[in-house]
Design a protein around this ligand. Structure first.
Ligand SMILES: C[S@@+](CC[C@H](N)C(=O)[O-])C[C@H]1O[C@@H](n2cnc3c(N)ncnc32)[C@H](O)[C@@H]1O
Length: 729
């Protein structure tokens, strides 16, 4: 090789591979994208056998719909005036843009574009279905503004892009602000978010709701997704834990000074399932679906709901849900727990909480089959012995006389073709009295590990070896999380924070906490009193992943007299406790000016503001403050910073866009057209490629030159693809 130093590493590697006789890699760009074949003979045979549809005609509709892509749905979060104002903007400006864009995309006159559908069963008209799939929105340039809207408002916590059917369980759980709520299998947290919203639904009555949500998941990584999702709502009433729900330890509470076992008013068991109701959203399930999944899951689903029933207060409500259509994961689990509860649990009709939702009643007869659905069994006696560890007696329907008393007809089976949604199953249980297998002895609290061992022994007995999941033993202790250090009565920082922000005595300083054991606190969080008690009484038994909303942040600016600034996340809670000395009321134009300043090094000068705002700024010393804006329809509170000669709004980009949208301001500056960006990137890469090619052409052999060109084109398409590929939606 003459020009050793100038070797192109890609070309060298390719040459080497060719010399070693390696087969040529097929050109990825020439390969067409393979659509998943939406078919699975076993799935079709199995559900046809189960008669999940009433007629053959309906079955055909079902099959056609479940093979189709899922339309996009979203809901506006919260019930506050701000949410109503955003809904108004959605119904007018956003849908106008939607119609224009869809007309452009499909080359149709605007009158022929179908308007977004308001989901009739979702309260206050707050949820919508678009006649577009996620892929349509992600991949079509005319829809870039709609895409931007969905991304920004989701991050700002103002909307939630959630599958329509997944909104049902929290609605039928009917959470009230006073409820103690347990979400047993909570990650990634879209339903948890709904539970939190319901808890905060009466802000005038409860500044901080007396109830709380304990959201749990067995998967540690998914717990952090849950924290991320729930954080957008900034609730001080949330605790995230990491446990196996089927052996969730009893928790202690103190009522009037005496300890007792905590029972929950509302419990959501959105259990792990085979997920065949999500085939429209996740077509890859077509490739993997097999009956073994349902047989494997029945046991853990039963154990989770059983533990939930034990932890439920008498008079409380438990919702069992899956995104599976399989009676083994649904009706069979429910009949088993209801039978075991011997009258203590009752299925109830909750259809009035989702008026207009189309569904079918729960099944009262179903069959079991081999994995290939070639042998069908109607009773356990027919099951060959080699399948006895897989197909269990409890999976068969009870005899007709017995099953009719279970009330399975009150369950709701949502099938995709009924209202163009995913498939879903939901059942609501109420607890009439304590269960005969419930352990309410305080001394059991001393031995949480014993419970886990007992449950695992039971699990081993049931484990189905050939198709069974490989259950990992999970460590109860030894996880690593920063400590939860609550303020003491004589906390050194509290008095100065109190003085600076004129905090009133309604704020319980003992609910402030940090995540480090040092004198010099960085972030100060706030949680509600019941959450604090829950943490302090149970931190040795439960793996706490997260709690508290960031409320004060250390910010040492040499000009300010106080080292802690307010955090926007916590303002929703702390606002009620803060006095007038750190507040500025601003008019619309001032607020638009402040929000439009995106360069932190050049904050707006106070001289640019209206005379009254300038006057107020003069009275206010340097430091953190609250900007208050009063509109006809809503009031906003935003964290600000009064600088030496400037005023700034202290909110992130997505929140900024959200507020500007509410104010009806121009958003052009914040618009991201990724297609334009991709074109620019491609042009820049092409220019760079031309330059490099010119240089290499002068130094490489013709063979090397072709190789380099190839590599550059691959890189170019890669760049383009990465800009275009947006996995957010
Ligand atoms: C259907 S997903 C829950 C979806 C969630 N409710 C939502 O709306 O975003 C089921 C969850 O159960 C969790 N899980 C599985 N087995 C569990 C167990 N034994 N205890 C607690 N969580 C479990 C999984 O990690 C998964 O996150």
């Amino acid at each position: 090789m003459a020009r050793g130093k100038k070797q192109n590493p890609f070309a060298a590697r390719k040459r080497q591979k060719r010399a070693n006789g390696a087969p040529e890699r097929p050109d990825r760009r020439a390969e067409p994208y393979k659509e998943i074949e939406r078919d699975n003979a076993f799935f079709i045979k199995y559900y046809h056998l189960q008669k999940i549809c009433d007629t053959e005609e309906e079955w055909t509709q079902f099959l056609a719909k479940i093979r189709d892509n899922l339309p996009t749905t979203f809901r506006v979060t919260g019930f506050k005036d701000e949410a109503k104002a955003l809904l108004n903007i959605i119904k007018t400006q956003l849908f106008e843009e939607y119609v224009r864009a869809v007309a452009e995309l499909n080359e149709l006159p605007t009158e022929q574009v179908e308007r977004p559908l308001c989901l009739p069963w979702y309260p206050n008209g707050m949820a919508y279905q678009l006649h577009l799939t996620r892929k349509d929105i992600r991949r079509s340039e005319p829809l870039f503004r709609l895409h931007n809207f969905l991304i920004v408002e989701t991050t700002a916590g103002s909307i939630s892009r959630q599958e329509a059917v997944s909104m049902i369980p929290p609605l039928v759980l009917n959470v009230q602000p006073t409820d103690k709520v347990l979400d047993m299998c909570a990650a990634p947290g879209s339903k948890t978010a709904q539970l939190i919203e319901a808890l905060h639904a009466s802000p005038d009555q409860h500044k901080i709701p007396p109830g709380f949500v304990l959201a749990n998941d067995v998967d540690n990584n998914r717990c952090y997704m849950l924290v991320h999702q729930a954080k957008r709502l900034n609730s001080p009433c949330l605790l995230v834990t990491n446990h196996d729900s089927s052996v969730f330890p009893n928790l202690v509470q103190t009522v009037d000074g005496s300890k007792s076992i905590l029972k929950f008013d509302k419990i959501l068991c959105d259990v792990p399932c085979s997920g065949d109701g999500t085939l429209r959203k996740n077509p890859d399930i077509w490739l993997k679906w097999n009956l073994g999944q349902a047989y494997n899951l029945h046991g853990v689903q039963y154990r989770i709901v059983r533990r939930g029933a034990e932890m439920l207060a008498v008079g409380g409500r438990l919702v069992y849900s899956t995104c599976s259509l399989n009676p083994i994961e649904n009706e069979a689990v429910l009949q088993r727990i209801i039978k075991d509860a011997d009258g203590a649990l009752q299925l109830v009709d909750a259809s009035h909480l989702v008026p207009g939702l189309k569904y079918k009643p729960g099944m009262t007869d179903w069959k079991l089959a081999t994995k290939e659905v070639d042998s069908v069994y109607t009773s356990f006696e027919e099951v060959p012995e080699n399948l006895h560890t897989i197909i269990r007696p409890s999976m068969f329907p009870l005899p007709p006389a017995e099953i009719s008393g279970i009330g399975l007809d009150k369950c709701m089976r949502v099938l995709p073709h009924l209202q163009d949604s995913g498939g879903f199953f939901v059942a609501v249980l109420e607890k009439r009295r304590a269960l005969n297998f419930e352990k309410n002895d305080l001394q059991d609290l001393e031995e949480p590990q014993k419970m886990e061992t007992e449950a695992e022994t039971k699990d081993d007995e049931e484990k189905s070896t050939p198709w069974g999941p490989q259950r990992k033993r999970r460590r109860l202790h030894g996880y690593k999380e920063d400590p939860y250090v609550f303020f003491t009565e004589d906390d050194a920082d509290y008095e100065s924070i109190k003085r600076f922000y004129q905090l009133n005595d309604m704020l319980n300083k003992r609910c402030l906490l940090t995540r480090c054991q040092t004198e010099r606190k960085k972030n100060i969080y706030y949680c509600s009193e019941p959450i604090r008690d829950l943490v302090l009484h149970n931190e040795k038994t439960i793996k706490i992943i997260n709690t508290g909303v960031k409320t004060f942040v250390r910010c040492e600016n040499r000009h300010t007299e106080h080292p802690y600034r307010l955090a926007q996340e916590g303002l929703q809670t702390s606002n009620a406790f803060i006095g007038d000395s750190r507040r500025i009321q601003v008019e619309r134009d001032d607020l638009v000016l402040l929000l439009n300043c995106t360069d932190p090094t050049k904050p707006p000068s106070t001289l640019e503001l209206q005379t009254e705002t300038q006057q107020r700024c003069k009275e206010l010393g340097i430091g953190s403050c609250i900007l208050k804006y009063v509109d006809e329809a809503f009031t906003l509170f935003i964290v600000g910073w009064r600088g030496t000669s400037s005023l700034r709004a202290y909110v992130d980009r997505d929140e900024t866009v959200h507020i500007l949208r509410l104010l009806g301001a121009d958003l052009t500056k914040f618009e991201v057209n990724k297609y334009e960006k991709a074109k620019e990137a491609a042009a820049a890469a092409a220019a760079a490629a031309a330059t490099t090619a010119a240089v290499t052409a002068a130094t490489l052999t013709p063979e090397e030159e072709t190789t380099v060109k190839d590599e550059l084109t691959v890189n170019l398409t890669g760049t383009e693809r990465s800009v275009l590929e947006d996995e957010n939606i």
